[in-house]
Design a protein around this ligand. Structure first.
Ligand code: URP
Ligand code: ZN
Ligand code: ZN
Length: 537
């Protein structure tokens, strides 16, 4: 019932608000900033604020559970019909998808747009990051609100402001960085009033975002009571600080010191610790950016034992290896610095296998982009290189090429790991993550016979580097439809700042089903308190 109410509330987008934001945004564009490829005031009528009727003809419609050749008819941002031989009037835009895949738009569960971090701010904001996403076939993302001095409401307000320039749908997770009664009460407000159903706990970044085991325990208990998913950045932050000190003492100050100071064992340890604490509390746990075999094997073990653990690899961990960090050019090496680090060759292949066999469930990007000037803050000391890599534009292509094109994954599983599973975990399915009658018209058309090439010169992110530079592959997103409007076609973007909607995510998603039964079984198993006769003196 609650989910249904949210479903329609999410639809109440305000076109007039969107127009106001568009005008304000265009007035605020700094001189010299090019808007080429984006909508401008007075542009063509396709530019976004009007609704559309679209028929996608003859493609293979792929959902996570099924694929079938069918037509898809869209009106006013919603999928109206999915069946063969749909006939329409002349005013309907018809897209021929014969020989192509028609799939739900990607949902990226892990991004950081316009985030203040390590003394600077990520270079992609809610407009440029989302423009990049749409050009790559992603139609929704979930970003992380960072509280302001531990204040959740202030953080939420700040992120809602940043997101006013959004061009596509988005939702929020929230980080928890300190603990007191106020934080605990504010978590209730976030879930019950603000549409947030997940909280992230950083077990690393000592001195800034890192939390203690005591806080993690409190947080896990609170998440459970609210029906919110607890997420962890799993690295042992104390040991990382020790590893960093060791590298500096050894005179290792370059980007390779980043990888050497936080080896896989520290990720495995923290992952195991978080999993055991979540088991102790009996609440679902979502491990973000699983980068190593060590962490993945802890997740596999826990899942095999029946624990509700979700593992999210990110594209960089699936595709890259750490050899780049040893590159002699600082600008090149530093762009690969992220945490946990990109690992040695072999971890990537193991993570791919875990994804294809269901040990890991969905793919994010951790899109957290800094340009080469920002990365250069750490040219004398790797600890000062802002952590993060790009990926929001590249995720769909790279996962398709590496997993489907290579034969490791079916087309339906591709939809599951890039879209559907995210919608299910965060309780917005089937509004998102499906091509079904009544679902939002967030759709991509992928041509399996066309190829893609990643290049800084042509990407849509604001950054001046790309960790996937030069990569090529098969499978190209030729059309992206967001909120029922064609926003990417013929290599051109038609996106409108202010047209994106905040998607509220209700608590108690499917990972909470049966938790109370497991709690009851636990209590029954205690066989305590024991009734005793009084001790005789
Ligand atoms: O290096 C990373 N991952 N930067 C973003 C912050 C985080 O840990 O997710
Ligand atoms: Zn993290
Ligand atoms: Zn992240």
């Amino acid at each position: 019932m609650a989910a249904k109410a949210t479903f329609s509330a999410n639809r109440r987008s305000s076109r007039s608000d969107a127009f106001l934001v568009l005008v304000l945004f265009l007035l605020s564009i700094p001189e010299g900033h090019s808007l080429e490829g984006f909508c401008a005031v007075g542009g063509d009528s396709d530019c976004g604020l009007s609704s559309h009727k679209i028929l996608i003809k003859g493609g293979t419609v792929v959902n996570a559970h099924h694929k079938v050749v069918a037509d898809v008819y869209i009106e006013d941002g919603v999928i109206v019909s999915v069946r063969s031989n749909i006939r329409v009037a002349d005013d309907v835009k018809v897209i021929d998808a014969t020989g192509k895949y028609v799939m739900p738009g990607g949902i990226d569960p892990h991004t950081h747009l316009e985030m203040e971090f390590m003394g600077t701010v990520t270079i992609d904001d809610f407009f440029t990051g989302q423009a990049a996403a749409l050009a790559g076939g992603t139609t929704m993302h979930i970003d992380f609100v960072i509280p302001i001095n531990g204040n959740l409401s202030a953080g939420f307000e700040s992120y809602m402001n940043k997101a006013k320039k959004s061009a596509m749908d988005y939702g929020f997770h929230m980080a928890i960085t300190k603990w007191d009664d106020r934080v605990s009460k504010e978590m209730e407000v976030m879930v019950n009033e603000n549409g947030i159903n997940s909280f992230k706990f950083f077990m690393a970044y000592k001195g800034s975002l890192m939390i203690s085991d005591e806080l993690l325990l409190e947080g896990l208990k609170k998440c459970k009571s609210l029906g919110a998913i607890a997420m962890v950045h799993a690295e042992n932050g104390d040991a990382v600080a020790e590893g960093q000190k060791r590298m500096i003492e050894l005179g290792i100050t370059g980007p390779e010191g980043h990888a050497l100071s936080r080896p896989p064992v520290l990720e495995g340890e923290a992952t195991a610790r978080a999993i055991r604490l979540a088991n102790f509390v009996n609440t679902p746990l979502y491990v973000v950016h699983v980068m190593s075999v060590d962490a993945m094997e802890e997740i596999a073990k826990a899942r095999k034992a029946g624990q509700r653990v979700i593992g999210e690899p990110v594209v960089s961990g699936l595709i890259l290896d750490d050899s780049w960090l040893w590159h002699t050019d600082f600008t090149t090496a530093s762009k690969y610095v992220m945490s946990p680090p990109i690992r040695k060759s072999g971890h990537d292949k193991a993570l791919q296998a875990a994804l294809s066999t269901g040990v890991l469930q969905l793919v994010g990007t951790d899109h957290c982009t800094f340009n080469s000037t920002q990365k250069a803050f750490g040219s004398e000391d790797f600890r000062k290189i802002p952590n993060g890599v790009n990926g929001i534009e590249e995720r769909m292509h790279l996962v398709w090429n590496r997993m489907v094109e290579s034969g490791q994954m079916s087309v339906t599983d591709f939809v599951r790991v890039t879209s559907t599973e995210c919608a299910k975990i965060f309780n917005i399915y089937p509004q998102k993550g499906a091509i079904l009658e009544g679902s939002d018209a967030d759709i991509i058309i992928l041509n399996p016979n066309a190829s893609f090439k990643v290049a800084t010169a042509s990407h849509h992110s604001r950054t001046d580097t790309n960790v996937y530079e030069g990569m090529t592959g098969k499978g190209k997103v030729e059309v992206t439809i967001s909120q029922g409007r064609v926003v990417w076609e013929d290599g051109k973007l038609k996106v409108t700042p202010g047209s994106g909607r905040y998607i509220r995510m209700p608590p108690f998603g499917y990972r909470f089903d049966g938790i109370e039964k497991a709690d009851a079984a636990y209590l029954a198993s205690l066989n305590a308190p024991v009734r005793r006769t009084k001790a005789t003196a």
